[in-house]
Design a protein around this ligand. Structure first.
Ligand SMILES: [Zn+2]
Length: 279
């Protein structure tokens, strides 16, 4: 069994079939990863930027990798704007929920008052997440997806009135991604507060190093990317390509899969080994 590109990887599929498998997670739960693997890697991309469609998806698929793309279906023309992503989902990538309005702290220069977390409450966050989910369901037939906290921030309100909206997310999703200080250990990670590495401006050697640290620790490394030579949080195409080439070359050791797929398998493994029913 190989740890790439899905759980069922006894042999490396060729051609379109390789990229058309449904998200795995069933069957073997003897370990948190497929049998020959010592760790997992998820490549995630936020905000649905053009360079993800035009560059990142091509690099990923050249190496036979599936990723998670966290989209924001905002505005009256979300359907037209996000239409190309439906085909990406059909080829086996995950379309994750990133809210519609992308709320962040008002401390950021570009956050308008209507999107400021400090001014929102839990029902407003829940309604926005639910609206995004309804719209994403039109793009991707999958019944489960993961969530990514916009700006890695997971609260509403301010000062003594600040509240976490992690419970709102936990009621709706199997897994959710924020940022953190290390890879996620399968026995200990909080599925609704998964840690990721913000990956802007990192070179290939650094990205590969994070993967290998995770493999050594028996952990799950999640990267957060934004644009490829686009926007204020870019990664270079050459660095992304070299990372993907490394992951392909070492597919017997490193399981690469979308966030929802890895989370589903770890959940099954935990349930199998400890009887733990939730994350
Ligand atoms: Zn974002």
């Amino acid at each position: 069994m190989r740890c790439f590109p899905t759980v069922r990887c006894a042999k490396t599929a060729k051609g379109p079939d390789r990229l058309n498998r449904p998200f795995g997670g069933g069957g073997d739960v003897e370990g948190p990863w497929p049998e020959s693997c010592t760790g997992a890697v998820s490549l995630t991309f936020d905000d649905g930027l053009d360079s993800q469609l035009n560059v990142a998806v091509k690099i990923l698929e050249k190496h036979g990798l599936h990723a998670t793309f966290y989209l924001n279906p905002w505005g009256d023309h979300w359907r037209e704007r996000l239409a190309p992503w439906a085909a990406v989902a059909r080829r086996g990538h995950e379309l994750g929920n990133h809210s519609t309005m992308h709320p962040c702290s008002k401390a950021y220069d570009d956050v308008t008052p209507d999107r400021a977390l400090e001014r929102l409450d839990l029902p407003a966050i829940a309604a926005d997440i639910d609206l995004a989910e309804k719209r994403l369901a039109e793009l991707s037939a999958t019944s489960e997806r993961s969530f990514a906290y916009p700006c890695f921030q997971d609260y509403v309100g301010i000062g003594a009135g600040r509240k976490s909206y992690v419970p709102v997310v936990a009621q709706r999703f199997l897994a959710a991604r924020t940022q953190g200080q290390q890879a996620n250990h399968p026995s200990r990670c909080d599925f609704h507060h998964l840690w990721s590495w913000p990956s802007e401006r990192l070179n290939a050697a650094t990205l590969v190093g994070y993967c290998e640290l995770a493999a050594d620790a028996g952990s799950w490394c999640i990267f957060t990317f934004h644009g490829v030579h686009e926007g204020h949080l870019p990664v270079a195409d050459v660095d992304l390509d070299q990372l993907c080439a490394h992951l392909h070359r070492h597919r017997n050791r490193l399981w690469v899969a979308p966030v929802i797929e890895v989370a589903r398998r770890i959940r099954q493994w935990r349930s199998h080994t400890t009887g733990e029913d939730s994350c």
